[in-house]
Ligand binder design. Sequence first.
Ligand SMILES: NC(=O)C1=CN([C@@H]2O[C@H](COP(=O)(O)OP(=O)(O)OC[C@H]3O[C@@H](n4cnc5c(N)ncnc54)[C@H](O)[C@@H]3O)[C@@H](O)[C@H]2O)C=CC1
Ligand SMILES: O=C(O)C(=O)CO
Length: 319
Amino acid sequence: MDRIAFLDHDTMGADIALRRPAIPHDWVQHGRTAPADIVERARDATILIVNKVPLGAGTLDRLPDLRFVAVAATGTDNVDVAACRARGIAVSNVRAYAVHTVPEHVFALMLALRRSLPAYRQSVAAGAWQDGGQFTLLTHPIRDLHGSTLGIVGRGAIGQAVAGIARAFGMRVLFAGRKGEEAAGGPDHVPFDAVLAESDVLSLHCPLTPATRHLLGEPEFARMARRPLVINTSRGGLIDDMALVRALEGGLISGAAVDATAVEPPPPDHPFLRLAGRTDFLLTPHIGWASAEARQAVADQVTACIEAFAAGRPINLVT
Ligand SMILES: NC(=O)C1=CN([C@@H]2O[C@H](COP(=O)(O)OP(=O)(O)OC[C@H]3O[C@@H](n4cnc5c(N)ncnc54)[C@H](O)[C@@H]3O)[C@@H](O)[C@H]2O)C=CC1
Ligand SMILES: O=C(O)C(=O)CO
């Protein structure tokens, strides 16, 4: 009989119904699990469910019964997948569940910054509309998305959905080729550096891997000729935090919105927290995924992944 442990069940939200897999099993769930408690809580499990709990090689070494990890997310950067493979542990993730929730969040952030909504909100609260004495207040820049260029890194489920909305807005969409490589794949798929140079908005939708860590650092911000908005709803590690802060403060970019930090939640001295008063910077607490519809889809896929693995026909395997 399988022994299933969910180590960070609270991350799903209390409104979500997680159906128990239709296989013989013992079930234990923990709201959250501190790193020091992972081995103790996972020791007896044959199947683990994790959303963001880290499973590194050292931890896996101490879990000899483990056969399957169901990640309750698309991103699997918290799990050492190569170490799992070496130990015969299968890993699955959740796919294409976020094709509405993340793109809608991206456009909420993009529109807020392009139309200076945080700045106007602050001005109205300070009485600037009355002080202006006319029907309109034109104290902050307002730019249409129509006619502007959106650069997208990552042509997967979310990147393509973002592109679809962008085209409906009348934006020109460019997909970035791999950094350091000549791009291929059609007229809208162009070299990475060209995307940096041509974008008015740049949105990141690739996974965090050794190849994408600090994808955007000082040299990349320096190449952003059109002072774009930079939007990161993927993973914090994709951007060098201090380089982003300097790019914003130095005017190399016209704004930034971030939904993920390298450590979550960010520590109180995180450089992004001191940007909180800026109206050209938005920090949201990793909620791009979090529409009720999408979180329910995550729960349903996790159950399906476990049932498929138990039936010997695994789905969504991460290799
Ligand atoms: N903020 C949030 O709440 C959420 C964040 N995410 C993040 O978004 C990422 C993308 O999600 P999906 O589009 O569903 O995944 P996906 O797997 O469908 O697409 C990822 C795409 O990135 C591409 N890619 C991989 N390495 C690359 C590189 N070095 N350069 C350029 N492209 C590269 C892949 O070929 C693939 O086309 C996830 O890995 C996760 O980190 C996903 C869901 C919610
Ligand atoms: O699905 C993902 O990768 C997320 O970040 C949400 O948990």
